[in-house]
Design a binder for this molecule. Structure first.
Ligand code: SF4
Ligand code: SF4
Length: 434
């Protein structure tokens, strides 16, 4: 989390940064020796992998590590698998980290079958695209999606990935929109762009709406309210109201995949260095952060903070070997003197968090229950589930309480408890039926 001084702000009107009129060209930064891909594990934590170290893979090859699970990754380079090891992500989510040593020459896997687009084909081959398209939401039978919102703006500050894609890849987006309509059966597609950049997007097959440029207007719940005129009730999400969000990068990648017959494996992201300089980068999915820092002579000292995502909502990572993921839109490095470290100070009831909160939550009360691990009480009595996860409360907190992180943990734990109760109820019903 940033201190206020990093952005030079004197009040809480924080503006998203708009891309310059002259669209910058991203610099290419390719992985030097290896890439690492995080393959999710959803079921059995110790399944037997279908691939081993020493196996050769080609660029664009689908690597489904476990025969009995649908999860997969797409090889972003040609090379040899040098290791497959367990990796635990945020909140204990399990992965296998597949590291591939890059060959000198590239071989492309068989072309992706770009004829006769279908949702099944997209789920089977395009789920690892840059931007992480939410195909499973579109395929969920209980979720009746009637509107797809394309985010042509980035949700966090200082990040320009999706603005860049909208400015530079309109033909791919147009093709992606046509394919999305075709495979999902959803007719209403809305492209949201930064307020001042609505010109020139006619005939792309979507309604185009402008957004206010004040943070956090690009978060889905606020787009629902301000652009679509619908309020997402506490405890529900946009999908519950029939609206699916997808990034502009994901839509452009879908269009490109079907036009080229190749699965895109390069990601656009924004690097924000210690002095606040922003650099748009195109890199291979799986590239270690270290390679990007080396290219820009970024030195990382003890207690500096490296954040994947943006400064308000991103997550700190603790190894420079951490790879760029399909949804890594930004990498921010903060000098230790700019990073606000969590402290042991108690809440002093200043009320800054309450004034900052766009969801009008009594955050100073909520935080007491979160600190005590009383998540259900926090949800029942202090509006935990109304939180839209903007991070403003943590940003303003003089006691440096990591409120945003507490909120994310609490929501995760409540979801986990709910899922486990549902599984137990289903098993009990099945036992009764038998
Ligand atoms: S993150 Fe904090 S400020 Fe933002 S909506 Fe949630 S409680 Fe309010
Ligand atoms: S900003 Fe921090 S110290 Fe102030 S009331 Fe909120 S939680 Fe307490």
């Amino acid at each position: 989390m940033l201190k206020k001084s990093f952005l030079g702000l004197s009040n809480l009107r924080i503006e998203y940064e708009l891309l310059a009129v002259k669209v910058p060209v991203p610099e290419k930064v390719m992985a030097s020796k290896t890439v690492t891909l995080f393959h999710p594990i959803n079921g059995n934590p110790n399944p037997t992998p279908a691939y081993q170290t020493g196996d050769r893979v080609k660029t664009g090859q689908k690597l489904a590590l476990f025969a009995d699970e649908p999860a997969y990754v797409i090889a972003s380079v040609t090379g040899t698998i040098s290791s497959i090891s367990p990796y635990t992500g945020d909140f204990g989510k399990m992965y296998r980290a597949i590291t591939i040593a890059i060959d000198d020459s590239e071989e492309l896997d068989n072309p992706f079958d770009n004829q006769a687009a279908s949702l099944e084909k997209a789920i089977d081959h395009l789920s690892f695209l840059p931007g992480n398209p939410p195909f499973s939401t579109l395929a969920e039978p209980e979720t009746k999606i009637h509107t797809i919102v394309i985010a042509g703006v980035d949700t966090d500050l200082l990040i320009g990935t999706n603005q860049y894609i909208v400015s530079s890849a309109l033909d791919d987006i147009k093709k992606g929109i046509a394919i999305l309509k075709d495979i999902s059966g959803v007719d209403r597609i809305v492209l949201v762009t930064a307020g001042e950049s609505m010109q020139g997007y006619g005939h792309i097959g979507a309604e185009v709406k402008g957004l206010d440029t004040g943070y956090p207007s690009a978060l889905p719940q606020l787009i629902m309210k301000d652009v679509l005129g619908e309020v997402v009730p506490a405890g529900q999400n946009c999908e519950d109201l029939g609206v699916c969000f997808i990034s502009a990068e994901a839509v452009a990648s879908i269009g490109k995949a079907f036009v080229d017959g190749r699965i895109p494996v390069h990601k656009i992201l924004t690097l924000v260095t210690k002095d606040g300089t922003q650099q748009l980068i195109e890199t291979t999915i799986g590239t270690p952060i270290r390679d990007i820092f080396e290219k820009y002579n970024v030195t990382v000292n003890e207690e500096d903070r490296v954040i994947l995502g943006g400064p308000m909502r991103g997550s700190a990572v603790y190894s420079l070997d951490h790879p760029v993921l399909p949804d890594t839109d930004g990498i921010v490095i903060l000098d230790r003197t700019d990073a606000a470290y969590a402290s042991d100070y108690p809440c002093i009831n200043c009320g800054d968090c309450v004034r900052a909160c766009p969801a009008r939550i009594q955050v100073h009360m909520l935080v007491r229950f979160l600190e005590a691990g009383q998540f259900e009480e926090a949800a029942d009595n202090y509006d935990l589930l109304s939180c839209i996860e903007c991070g403003l409360c943590s940003f303003v907190c003089v006691s440096r309480i990591p409120i945003y992180q507490y909120i994310k943990l609490a929501k995760y734990e409540l979801d986990r408890a709910k899922a486990s109760q549902e599984t137990e109820a289903t098993e009990a019903m099945e036992a009764t039926d038998a």
